[in-house]
Write a protein that binds this ligand. Structure first.
Ligand code: MG
Length: 390
């Protein structure tokens, strides 16, 4: 096994970060922590620092950095930074062997690029990075010879099914979706949905933003774009299937008509561990699905009328350019406004759709143009939110 792998965990206090640290705790001979980053959960980060002893920790704001310092023992040997530059430093730290990108949203893009430029393999949980800048990120990773290992459970499933099969034998991706908590809700009831209803996911335990994205099916839309880039697959060769049992995590169709699926209970420790240990498998001790207790595994097409966010994302994927970044930015702003009860559930779609309509589309953008489109879209989405309440 050799020396332990040194990890940087971006978004250490979130759902992915905490599950990653659970794995590190169980396999201390395989993993050590070199850098941890968090947004605003300073108290939890302080506890993680005392347990895992990273060389560097990063938080979102300067005041948070000062508060973190006050919570740590005075004699602790650690560097503390804040902001976007700090995130990039955490990702590019010289002794780091792999970067886990567990942050949520557009904030993941720049540190992922910093990790690629520093030659660090990436365990990618931040799907927004590929949604915003999939072409740029994949091209830069390929040029640098940096592997990007998917942590998103669907993409991990596809990655596992493809295995060593050559690209030209892979014909189709079947992306499964649980359907979220409103899979069977009548269309005329959607305007009654409150944040606490949407935060109850039937199968997966995740952070607030991705749980709302799962309820609108935007999460599957973002994953559609993510799959398009990760596996270099044309959008018309990616099929979304609603599979409420969440046992089949996704499937791959090959040129001979054969389909391989990856199955397991819904637990993010599986895909995280697969990315961390690849090509090994860790003895996680997770239960197998109880096949005799499962009455059936069902698959149905998504209802794009009741879940129009998925259609928006598929359209953004087909058009490409800056449009996926605009979709993503407007979605982040709209989800936040819904969580703060400033707009209703169906308004999430309206805000994103009208922001996309107003956006001046740019094909083949560079990173700076993508970031500018992201900034403009956030402003426009804010204006659209005002109109919802006018
Ligand atoms: Mg997923």
């Amino acid at each position: 096994m050799g020396t332990p792998k040194n990890l940087a965990i971006l978004g250490a206090t979130g759902s992915i970060g905490s599950s990653t640290l659970d794995i590190v705790r169980r396999f201390p001979e395989r993993y050590t922590i070199r850098s941890l980053t968090a947004g605003r959960n300073i108290e939890r980060l302080a506890l993680q620092i005392e347990e895992f002893r990273p060389a560097l920790a990063v938080v979102q704001e300067e005041a948070g950095r000062d508060r973190l310092r006050s919570l740590l023992p005075g004699d602790l040997d650690i560097e503390l930074l804040w902001g976007e530059d700090g995130l990039a430093a955490a990702a590019a730290l010289p002794e780091v062997d792999m970067v886990v990108t567990g942050v949520v949203g557009a904030v993941g893009l720049m540190p992922t690029l910093a990790a690629i430029d520093a030659g660090k393999p990436i365990a990618l949980a931040n799907k927004e990075t590929l949604v915003m800048a999939g072409e740029v990120v994949m091209a830069r990773a390929a040029a640098a010879g940096v592997p990007i290992l998917p942590v998103d459970s669907e993409h991990s499933a596809i990655f596992q099914c493809i295995g060593q099969h050559p690209r030209q034998e892979v014909d189709r991706l079947f992306l499964t979706a649980s359907g979220g908590p409103f899979r069977t809700l009548a269309a005329d009831r959607f305007d009654t949905i409150r944040p606490e209803d949407a935060l109850k996911h039937p199968n997966w335990s995740m952070g607030a933003k991705i749980t709302i994205d799962s309820a609108t099916l935007m999460n599957k839309g973002l994953e559609f774009i993510e799959a398009r880039h990760l596996f270099d697959m044309a959008p018309e060769k990616i099929q979304v299937l609603v599979h409420p049992q969440s046992i089949v995590h996704s499937m791959v169709g090959f040129v001979d008509g054969s389909v391989l699926a990856q199955l397991g209970i819904p637990d993010m420790k599986g895909p995280i561990a697969y990315a961390l240990a690849y090509p090994d498998r860790l003895p996680l001790g997770l239960d197998y699905p109880d096949f005799t207790a499962l009455a059936n595994l069902t698959f149905e097409p998504p209802d794009l009328k009741r879940f129009p966010c998925l259609a928006l994302a598929m359209d953004a994927c087909a058009q490409g350019g800056t449009l996926p970044a605009v979709l993503n930015a407007a979605n982040e702003i709209a989800v936040n406004a819904f969580l703060q009860r400033r707009i209703g559930f169906p308004d999430i779609y309206r805000v994103i759709a009208s922001t996309m309509t107003r956006h001046g589309h740019q094909s083949r953008p560079n990173v700076e143009q993508i970031r500018e489109a992201d900034r403009l879209a956030r402003t426009m989405a804010g204006e659209e939110i005002q109109k919802c309440n006018a």
